[in-house]
Design a protein around this ligand. Structure first.
Ligand SMILES: [Zn+2]
Length: 348
C-alpha cells in the first residue's frame, strides 16, 4: 500500500492505537475504486522504467506530480493526470502488472502486523481501452484474469463506460460487459464515469437499460460538479441504478428521488482534494447519515488522492475538525452497509 497523505493521513494520525486496530479489523467493502487511479506509485514507476525509451515529458511530469502529491485546483487537474497513466498501461502485459498490484494493495495483508487487508471485498472498476497493442476485449480479459485469481467472495469487476464515449462505443462496451458475464467471467456491474461535464446522458439511457435486463448491477457517477444539470441527473436516474457515485450537487428535488436507490458511494478525500466539497463539515455524507440512507465509504482514486480504505474510515472516526467524530457503533454500521451494497453478495 502506498503512503497516505492529506486529510485521511491527518485523521489516521489523530486516532489512538486501539481505534486504529478497531478500523483495521473491521470488514470493509471497497465498491468505488478506479483501476487506473489506484495503481500504487511504486508499480507506476516500474512501468515507467520499462517504458522509458519512449517516455514523454508529459509522462515524466505526471509521475513527478504523483510522487510529490498532485495539487488539484480544478477538475481538469485531475483528468490531466490520466493520459500519462494510460500511456503506461497501454499493453496487455502492463494492464496485467497494474491490475495485480492494485488487487494486492487492496486484498493482501497490508503488513501492518494485524494480517488484515485494506478491505474484505473489492469491486474494482475500469473502462475497457483499445490501444495499438490491444482490443477492448483483450484489455478486459487481462483485468479479469487477475480479478478471478481471487475468490468471488473477495473480488469482482465493474465495467465502466465513459461519458466521453460515442453512442456506438457505449453500445459496444455494454455489450462486451454482458457478453463477458454470460461467458461466466466475473463482471458484476456497469458504471458511468469520466469527465462529468461531457456527454449526453439522455442518449446513454437506451444502453444502460440493457444492463439491468442482463442481470448486472448499475452504478453511475451523478451530480459530481455544478455544471451537471437536473436533466442530466434525471436521465441517469431513469435507468434505476442500484448505486450512485458522489451525488455532490443533487438538488433537494433530486434527493427526494433517490430515497429508493439502495446505496450512495461516498469518497471523502476525493471530494475534498478535488475541491468539489469545501470541508468535511459541509460534506453531503451528513445528509445521508441524518436520513439513514445506506452509504459505502470508498477511495475513488487512491493514487492521486493518496488515501486508503483505512484512511477514509479514519475520517469517520476521528474527532472534528479532522474527522466526523462518529462512534465505533456507527462506523461498524456503515461498514456493514457497504458490504450489503455489493453487486455480488460476498457472503453468499
Ligand atoms: Zn469515481
Amino acid at each position: 500500500m502506498s503512503e497516505i497523505a492529506g486529510p485521511a493521513a491527518a485523521a489516521l494520525a489523530s486516532l489512538s492505537p486501539d481505534d486504529v486496530l478497531f478500523l483495521q479489523a473491521l470488514p470493509k467493502a471497497e465498491l468505488h475504486a478506479h483501476l487506473n487511479g489506484s495503481i500504487p506509485i511504486k508499480t507506476l514507476l516500474e512501468l515507467a522504467q520499462q517504458h522509458s525509451p519512449t517516455q514523454s515529458s508529459e509522462v515524466a511530469d505526471t509521475l513527478q506530480k504523483l510522487k510529490s502529491g498532485a495539487v488539484l485546483d480544478e477538475i481538469d487537474d485531475f483528468f490531466s493526470l490520466m493520459p500519462a497513466i494510460y500511456a503506461l498501461t497501454s499493453t496487455p502485459e502492463a494492464v496485467t502488472t497494474a491490475t495485480r498490484a492494485v488487487l494486492q494493495s487492496f486484498l493482501n495483508p497490508t503488513g501492518d502486523g494485524t494480517g488484515s487487508p485494506q478491505c474484505a471485498y473489492l469491486e474494482l472498476r475500469t473502462t475497457p481501452r483499445a490501444t495499438a497493442h490491444m482490443t477492448q476485449e483483450r484489455y478486459l480479459t487481462a483485468v479479469l484474469d487477475e480479478v478471478e485469481f481471487y475468490p468471488a467472495t473477495q473480488a469482482a469487476l465493474i465495467v465502466s463506460v465513459d461519458r466521453r464515449m460515442s453512442d456506438l462505443d457505449v453500445e459496444e462496451c455494454v455489450s462486451l460487459a454482458i457478453e463477458m458475464k454470460n461467458r461466466g467471467r466475473r463482471v458484476v456491474g456497469v458504471d458511468v464515469c469520466g469527465d462529468p461535464r461531457k456527454g449526453d446522458m439522455q442518449s446513454f439511457t437506451q444502453h444502460l437499460l440493457r444492463v439491468k435486463g442482463a442481470g448486472l448491477g448499475l452504478t453511475v457517477h451523478i451530480a459530481e460538479c455544478t455544471e451537471n444539470t437536473t436533466e442530466d441527473s434525471l436521465a441517469l436516474l431513469s435507468c434505476r441504478p442500484d448505486r450512485l457515485g458522489h451525488t455532490t450537487f443533487l438538488s433537494d428535488e433530486l434527493k427526494a428521488l433517490i430515497r429508493l436507490i439502495p446505496c450512495v458511494e461516498i469518497c471523502l478525500s476525493s471530494n475534498i482534494l478535488g475541491k468539489l466539497v469545501a470541508s468535511l463539515d459541509t460534506h453531503h455524507i451528513h445528509y445521508y447519515l441524518k436520513n439513514n440512507h445506506p452509504i459505502v465509504i470508498c477511495t475513488d482514486d487512491a493514487l492521486p488522492f493518496r488515501t486508503s480504505c483505512l484512511g477514509e474510515y479514519s475520517l469517520l472516526l476521528a474527532q472534528p475538525p479532522l474527522g466526523l467524530g462518529l462512534s465505533r457503533g456507527d462506523v461498524t454500521r456503515i461498514a456493514r452497509m457497504g458490504m450489503d451494497a455489493a453487486f455480488s453478495r460476498p457472503c453468499d
